[in-house]
Design a protein around this ligand. Structure first.
Ligand SMILES: [Zn+2]
Length: 122
């Protein structure tokens, strides 16, 4: 296995971190963490590792928001969870917007769009 380059930006020679997904934004455990399902561990350099964290939370929140919008059971049904998600989205947008180079992992426009959707649903 080639652990010498970052899985996101292909940087070589930088210290790489195996991305451990841990718990998701809503406190659920990721399947990847169970060794049996972690078939292809990813390695990221430090900046990409940070973006990967943001991407993970963004995807979780968007998936739950979509469920909510479709009237399905959603982790965002709780007003508190929804508020926390909105705060996190703003944080993600701020960090993503402060990156000089756009990352392939996170699209700042997508984050902005989801924030707008949240506002529209309030
Ligand atoms: Zn990288």
């Amino acid at each position: 296995m080639d652990a010498g380059t970052c899985n996101a930006c292909s940087t070589a020679g930088a210290p790489l971190m195996k991305f451990s997904l841990g718990k998701d934004f809503f406190g659920r455990t990721y399947d990847r963490l169970s060794p049996a399902s972690d078939q292809s561990p990813k390695w990221y350099c430090e900046p990409c590792s940070m973006m990967k964290n943001l991407q993970r939370d963004f995807r979780d929140i968007r998936a739950e928001f979509d469920k909510l919008a479709q009237g399905q059971a959603s982790a965002l049904s709780e007003p508190e969870a929804k508020q926390r998600a909105q705060l996190r989205l703003r944080e993600i947008a701020a960090i993503a917007g402060s990156q000089t180079a756009s990352s392939s992992l996170l699209n700042a426009a997508d984050v902005k769009h989801l924030i707008d959707q949240f506002h529209a649903s309030a």
